[in-house]
Design a protein around this ligand. Structure first.
Ligand code: AMP
Length: 281
C-alpha cells in the first residue's frame, strides 16, 4: 500500500496511474475508520483498478472547535485496516498542505446549506465542499464513494460534481449498522457505555416512524410522535427530525407514490452529536 503525505508525490503517482489508463476509485474519509468506511473501500476495489483513500480531519467543516479537537484520530490503526482491506493508496495530508492562510474561496450551496445539518452546523457544507473539490482535483478519480449515512453531504457532493462538470461518478453506499441497528460512526467511540445504549433511540425512532408512514399515518402525526418520543422517553437531545424528498431534501407534507422519501434525524448525547437517516423504500 502506497502512503502519500506530499501533494507533489501524490499528483505524480495519480498521473502515472491515469497514463496507464487505469481507473481510480476514491474514498474520502476523516479517519477513525470503521466497517462503514471499509464498505466504501470494498465497493471501490470491486469497481476500479486503483483505490485511493484519503484521511483528513478537515478543519473548515467543523463549526464547533471542541468537536474538532475531540474528533477521534488513529492513523496507525486506520493504515493497518486499509492495508488489511487491500486499499492501494492512502493520501494523508496535513492542514498546511490543504489550506493556505490567504485562501479566500467560499462556496454557496443555496438552500441545501441552510436546512437540517446546515442549520445546526453553520458553514459546515462550505467546508465539506471545499475539501471535496480539492481532493477531487488531486485524486482525479473516475468514481468517488460516499455513504448515504450523510445524506445531505451526498446530495451536496452530487450537486457540486454536476455543476462543476467533474467527470466523476458519485457512488452512494448504504449505511452499515452495528448488530443492534446503531449506524456506525467514528463519533460512536466517544460515547460512554450508557450513552451508547441511549444512542440507539435514533434508530428506534427512525424505525418506528418508517413503520407508521408505511402503515398510512400522516406526515404530521409521525413528526409529532418523534418529537414527543424525544421529549418524554429519551435522554437524547433531538436537534431535528425531518421527512424529506430523497432527491432534493425538501420537506414533504404527503408521502408520494414513488416513496422517494427519507427520514432524517440528528441529536446530541452529552458531548457527542449523532446523525442518521432511513429511506422509506
Ligand atoms: P467520515 O470519515 O465520517 O467523513 O466518513 C467518510 C465517508 O464514510 C462518508 O462518505 C460517510 O458518509 C461514509 N460513512 C460514514 N459512516 C458510514 C456508515 N455507517 N456506513 C456507510 N458509510 C459510512
Amino acid at each position: 500500500m502506497e502512503i502519500f503525505t506530499d501533494i507533489c508525490d501524490f499528483r505524480l503517482y495519480i498521473k502515472q496511474v491515469r497514463q496507464y489508463n487505469k481507473s481510480i476509485g476514491f474514498v474520502p474519509t476523516m479517519g477513525a475508520l470503521h466497517q462503514g468506511h471499509l464498505e466504501l473501500v470494498k465497493k471501490s476495489i470491486q469497481q476500479n483498478d486503483v483505490t485511493v483513500c484519503s484521511i483528513f480531519v478537515n478543519p473548515t467543516q467543523f463549526n464547533n472547535p471542541n468537536d474538532l479537537e475531540n474528533y477521534p484520530r488513529d492513523n496507525k490503526t486506520d493504515l493497518s485496516l486499509l492495508k488489511a482491506n487491500n486499499c492501494d493508496v492512502v493520501f494523508l495530508p496535513s492542514n498546511a498542505i490543504m489550506y493556505k492562510k490567504n485562501d479566500i474561496l467560499s462556496l454557496n450551496f443555496g438552500y441545501l446549506e441552510n436546512i437540517m445539518e446546515g442549520k445546526f452546523r453553520p458553514g459546515h457544507f462550505k467546508g465539506v465542499g471545499l475539501i471535496v473539490i480539492k481532493l477531487f482535483n488531486l485524486a482525479c478519480p473516475n468514481r468517488a464513494y460516499f455513504g448515504t449515512k450523510d445524506l445531505q453531504q451526498l446530495t451536496i457532493v452530487k450537486k457540486l460534481t454536476k455543476e462543476l462538470l467533474y467527470d466523476i461518478e458519485i457512488i452512494p453506499v448504504q449505511t452499515i449498522r452495528e448488530p443492534d441497528g446503531l449506524a456506525m460512526s467514528s463519533r460512536n467511540r466517544l460515547l460512554s457505555k450508557e450513552e451508547r445504549i441511549q444512542a440507539l433511540d435514533l434508530y428506534k425512532a427512525l424505525n418506528t416512524a418508517k413503520k407508521q408512514l408505511i402503515g398510512g399515518e400522516s406526515v404530521t402525526s409521525v413528526l409529532k410522535y418523534v418529537q414527543q418520543f424525544f421529549t418524554t422517553e429519551s435522554k437524547l437531545e433531538l436537534e431535528y427530525f425531518e421527512i424529506v424528498n430523497t432527491t432534493d431534501l425538501m420537506k414533504i407534507n404527503e408521502i408520494p407514490t414513488s416513496k422517494q422519501v427519507s427520514l432524517c434525524i440528528a441529536g446530541q448525547l452529552g458531548k457527542v452529536r449523532l446523525i442518521d437517516n432511513m429511506s422509506l423504500l
